[in-house]
Design a protein around this ligand. Sequence first.
Ligand SMILES: Cc1ncc(COP(=O)(O)O)c(C=O)c1O
Length: 463
Amino acid sequence: MLTIRIDEKPEALPFYLQIKLQICDQIRSGALPAGTRLPSSRGLAHQLQIARGSVVRAYEELCQEGLCTSGVGIGTLVCEHQNQPDMAGQTDTQASTLQVPDEPLNSGSGLISLLPSLATTEYLPKSELRKGFDRVLRYSSRLTAFNESAGDHRLRQLICEKLLPERSIRAQPQNVLIVPGTQYGSMLIALTLNKHRSDLHFGEPGYLDIARNFSRFGFSLKAHPMDNNGIILDSQLGKNDVLYLMPEHHFPQCITLSEKRRQEISHQLVNNGLMLIEDDYDSEFYYERMPLPALKSQQGHENIIYSGTFSKTLFNSLRLGYLVAEADLIQEMASLHWSLSRGTSGLLQHWVAELLAAGTLTKHTQRMRTVYQRKRDKVAELLAHRCPEWQFDVPKGGLQFFVNVGSPEMADQIIAKCRDMNIRMAHPSNYVLHDKSLMNFIIIGFGSASLSDIEKSIEELLL
Ligand SMILES: Cc1ncc(COP(=O)(O)O)c(C=O)c1O
């Protein structure tokens, strides 16, 4: 039987969220088995002495997330609770880089996701988003035409005017290619650069999903160690090489490339013909300081392909990002993109252009910086207090903690326990090619899960 307690304190969560979370808990614990009919929204609202809208919203979200289903005449019923296999927890990385599982991003029904890099959708300014969408539909003639292969000109202009200057990058629309996400963009880069270059270098542990795309298209993968100053390159790289970097915030360890290493790399760009990919996936979320200027803004920038994404500032499933590079390279990649897919969704591009032009995106990003900073601080307190034997630095930015748990065996144990508890946590093998000794960490993503879910997960993990 459903029991809901409403906390009316001013600092408590919104009512709909309290209801939703308590129902989730009761479904997960088995207290509400599949097939249970939830009380009518009117009845529950009356019983709790709250507005019916809060219950309706809670039920709607439970249905959207697949935990419940509803229909005329049947009310709202608890669904079969699916225990989906967690591919992120697989440990077999030995055979080939292509067999490393792709990380499933959706948290799925009933799961708590501590996966990294997931933005929350809870605070999206829905009415502003709707207004932006309405403005797009008002000029529906725009939707009948395909965009230029490099993307909607207005969006590219707005990116040059509103986003790139934040990273000290000066660019014109002809330097910008709109892509359906960085991941896809990396494929265009790999397919374009593989005519002249053969090796992809990256820091390990690192973001292998992009490295894997290079491996798919013929590149040899060269992993380099990391220290607190960033990637350690022990030899000079040149015309055969592509270096994949996240200089501001190496993922998943949250390391900023030191000034000395930036200079060494700039030297190789200018003098040796090295090509660099600068993945700037979350610099919008820096908490104590402004992010450093992008490498793309500095000397040698002609040999840098910069990538940005709207996945964190709006939501991950939007699938919209951009590459910034020399105009001829952009043209080459745009033509490939056109052949492969006839360009990026015009509808999405117009919508995001509206949001940028109206200032909605900037306002939302500012707000989320504060939200995530608070969350980060709370999770840091929680980890320091409850898990004193785990080592971590409080990340200066981003949406995840990189936590050294002492040994690869301990990491395996924690992740196995997470799987049993329906908590989704990425396995270190997603970020390390072969060297098991490096897999002594777990990643606690705090972007999408609620604080109470994170707290609950940590408490349960420690039992
Ligand atoms: C380091 C890093 N680079 C790139 C991406 C891919 O971003 P997109 O969603 O634009 O494909 C992610 C995704 O979370 C990421 O963590």
